[in-house]
Design a protein around this ligand. Sequence first.
Ligand SMILES: [Zn+2]
Ligand SMILES: [Zn+2]
Length: 259
Amino acid sequence: MFIDSHCHINFPELAARMPEILAKMAENRVTHALCVSVNLPEFPSVLALAEQYPHIYASVGVHPDYEDTPEPTVEQLVQLADHPKIVAIGETGLDYYRLEGDLEWQRERFRTHIRASRATGKPLIIHTRAASADTIRILQEEGAGVDQGGVAGVMHCFTETLDVALAAVEMGFYISFSGIVTFKSAKDLQAVAQALPLDRILIETDSPYLAPVPFRGRVNEPGYVAHVAEFLATLKDVPLPDIAAATTANFHTLFKTGA
Ligand SMILES: [Zn+2]
Ligand SMILES: [Zn+2]
C-alpha cells in the first residue's frame, strides 16, 4: 500500500478524469492522496475533492510561483485550515528559479504560512527551488522546527543536496521524493535518497507534472507513485513492502491522519 503525499488532482487535466484516476490508484494499491493547494481562488476545488472522497486529503496555501494572486493572511489560512480533511499548510516556500527580481514578497508569504502552521498545529508542505539557504534560514527564524515549538512538515519534490536534507531533518522535517528521483540524470538526488533513513522519507507524484520512469513525459497521476516506491526499493536495496510500510507510516505520523 502506498500514499501519494503530494498531487494536484484538482487541475483540469486530472479533475476531468477522476473515475479513471481512482481506478488506477486502486489497481496500484495507492490508498490515499494529498491534494495540495496552490492559491486561494482554486482552493474550493481542492477542498471539494477531499470532501467528496474519503481517501483524498487536502492542504491550504499559496504557492511561491503565483505572483498575481490574492495574498493570504495568517488569520485567513488558520480559518481555512479549520477542517478535518485539511491536514497541512502549503504548498509554500521559495522559488528563485521560476521568478526573478525582488522576491521579498515570496519570503513574506512564506513567513505567513509558517505562522499559520504554528497557530494551527498543522505541518508545512515546502516547495524550494534554487533557494535552499533562504528556505532553511526563514524556517529557523520563524521557529518552524519541532525543536523550536513548530510542527515541521515536508520538503516536497526534493532536488537539493544531502546537506540541505539533513538540515531539514534536524528540524524534524520529512523529505519527499517525486518521479525526478527515477530519472537517469538524477544521480546526485539518488545518492541523497540512498543516504536518508527510511523513517524520514515520503513519496509523491506532484501530478500532473513529473511522471516517473517508465511514464516520463506523460501526464502524471497518483497511481504512478508506486513506481517511485519501486525505484527507491531497488536503489536502497530494501524490500518494496518495507518502503511501502515506512512511507505510509511516515505520512500518517506527519499529517496525523491515523492508520
Ligand atoms: Zn512544488
Ligand atoms: Zn506541487
